[in-house]
Design a protein around this ligand. Sequence first.
Ligand SMILES: Cc1cc2nc3c(=O)[nH]c(=O)nc-3n(C[C@H](O)[C@H](O)[C@H](O)COP(=O)(O)O)c2cc1C
Length: 189
Amino acid sequence: MKIQLIIGSTRPGRVGPQIADWLVANLPTQKLTEYEIVDITDYNLPLLDEPIHPAMNQYTKAHTKAWSQKIKEADGYIFLTPEYNASFPAALKNAIDYLYHEWTDKPTMIASYGVRGGQGASTHLRDVVELLKMRPTGLSPAFTITRDMSGEDGKIKNISEAFEPYLAMLKEAGDELLSIGVVPEAVIA
Ligand SMILES: Cc1cc2nc3c(=O)[nH]c(=O)nc-3n(C[C@H](O)[C@H](O)[C@H](O)COP(=O)(O)O)c2cc1C
């Protein structure tokens, strides 16, 4: 089972990749799970410039085709989102809006961070994934990041110690994500 962890922030100096690395190092790994970090900055997506609704599957731009190809590779996703002005970043919304069928029915976990855990971002993103008929976990890890937790480089100081209290919750949410992806044997038979 392949799970892509999509980093929702794109700004220079962002903390997102550091948290993504911590997540991958601490997520449950049963059932031959493979995690892949996906950085939307690698796909150079402009503001949505496809003329036809993505549900029609008639992509015209090379960047859309490359983004679709990457997202199609996964069986499920973790959206890692910061909170910007009470919601999730516009760049993440744009990247989601580019595609449609790629998201349908896929197990999904939302992990957020911000001054109060990024709850606004998490709630708004849940509305979006539900509309896209994704299958979100009930548990959504939310990491509180205060200013005193960051060093001069903007990164979280000693993240393994700072995030230690979240380990149990992350395991529970991760197990839930993987269990959503499992097709019951009765259905296979
Ligand atoms: C434009 C902007 C708006 C922000 N708005 C909020 C906010 O509404 N609530 C919050 O908890 N944190 C807010 N923050 C703080 C971010 O959650 C925090 O800086 C986080 O590290 C950003 O993620 P990033 O470093 O991956 O970009 C904001 C940060 C930026 C850059």
